[in-house]
Design a protein around this ligand. Structure first.
Ligand SMILES: Cc1ncc(COP(=O)(O)O)c(C=O)c1O
Length: 356
């Protein structure tokens, strides 16, 4: 065995594995001086919300919550009554990975799954779901939840969003966007944030901070202010009103004030591109989806996944029950990390050697 081999310092399992980026941390440390008013009536929360309004170039309502599950669940609950249903893609985090929280917080609103290639809702499936039954015995479709970037690392283009929004409007559906990786999508598409949100008919966005470099917290951004009514009560009841709110909001000031959120997303997207280019075409390796954000999904031979794990690399296999590995890049993934991981994969794929 080669004893000079280093244990990997960073992994490809999740963008949640990374720490807090310098800009968010510095703002949090700066916020940690003196006293500030609690429960969100502080100057940091005001500043962060104002920066979000600047970035989206509109007057929206902003709430900071602890995680993506609460952001999604509470925002969907705000759009629906218990007898309504939420339409989303069959891979959607809101259905597959939130332990029924949207249904719980919406008091039983049913989540209906739609098909679509590359992790994106097929607009025709909206019509089929809405028209499947129109009588009183069926939970009335009320919301369309779209994940941007998607769970499999792709993005909805402006044209695709336009078609989906047209269908949603036609059937009286409000649009909620799960933007856990919204920054990655903005960078990937090269658009202004407003173009893929309120200008595209999105009523509420769950704007992801954690995967972008913040330690804890997401922003719920209501472009449709009517549905934000009493959302503060929902947050409180759902355990999402931070007493020392400044520590949730200050990192956003650090991220947004000079564009760190976009720089970090551009970097993690670039690392995913580098990884894809390095591993595409290796024996037995099949890239599953277009690489458009910070994720590479690939089918890998079992000896390769086992060999990589044996060498200390952490990443998920058999993701979501599919025969695939998920390789995520983060704001702090380095080109050297990518190259070392890809070199190990290449060696295993070519030689099948179990140890180096
Ligand atoms: C698409 C998507 N939405 C939302 C979330 C947020 O989930 P959490 O509640 O773990 O912050 C995640 C995290 O993995 C995600 O991938």
């Amino acid at each position: 065995m080669n004893t000079t081999v280093q244990t990997p310092q960073r992994h490809f399992a999740s963008d949640n594995y990374a720490g807090i980026c310098p800009e968010a941390l510095e703002a949090m440390l700066t916020a940690n001086s003196g006293h500030e008013v609690s429960y969100g009536d502080d100057s940091w929360t005001q500043k962060a919300a104002d920066l979000i309004r600047d970035i989206f170039e509109t007057d929206c309502e902003v709430f900071f919550v602890f995680n993506g599950t609460s952001a999604n669940s509470l925002s969907l609950a705000a759009l629906c009554q218990s007898y309504h249903s939420i339409l989303c893609h069959e891979f959607a985090h809101v259905e597959a990975s939130e332990c029924g929280a949207p249904e719980f917080f919406a008091n039983g609103t049913k989540v209906l799954l739609l098909p679509g290639a590359n992790g994106k809702v097929d607009p025709k499936a909206i019509e089929s779901a809405v028209n499947k039954r129109t009588d009183i015995h069926y939970p009335k479709p009320r919301a369309l939840s779209l994940t941007q970037g998607t769970e499999v690392g792709t993005v909805y283009s402006l044209a695709e969003l336009g078609t989906l929004a047209e269908a949603a409007k036609r059937f009286g559906l409000r649009i909620q966007m799960d933007g856990a990786r919204f920054a990655n999508a903005v960078v990937s598409l090269g658009v202004k944030p407003k173009e893929i949100t309120w200008q595209a008919g999105v009523d509420v966005l769950c704007f992801g901070g954690t995967k972008n470099g913040v330690g804890v917290g997401e922003a719920v951004v209501f472009f449709n202010k009517e549905v934000a009514r009493e959302f503060d009560y929902r947050c409180k009841q759902g355990g999402q009103l931070a007493s020392k709110m400044r520590f949730l909001s200050a990192p956003w000031v650090g991220m947004l004030k000079d564009g760190a959120w976009l720089r970090h997303a551009a970097h993690s997207n670039a690392m995913a591109q580098r990884l894809e280019q390095a591993i595409r075409g290796l024996p037995g390796v099949q890239i599953s989806y277009p690489v458009e954000t910070n994720a590479v999904f690939a089918r890998l031979p079992v000896p390769v996944t086992e060999g990589l794990h044996a060498r200390g690399w952490k990443f998920y296999t058999n993701v979501g029950g599919w025969d695939e590995s998920r390789l995520m890049c983060s704001w702090d993934t380095t080109p050297d990390d990518v190259d070392a991981f890809a070199a190990d994969m290449k060696q295993l794929a070519i030689s099948g050697a179990p140890v180096r």
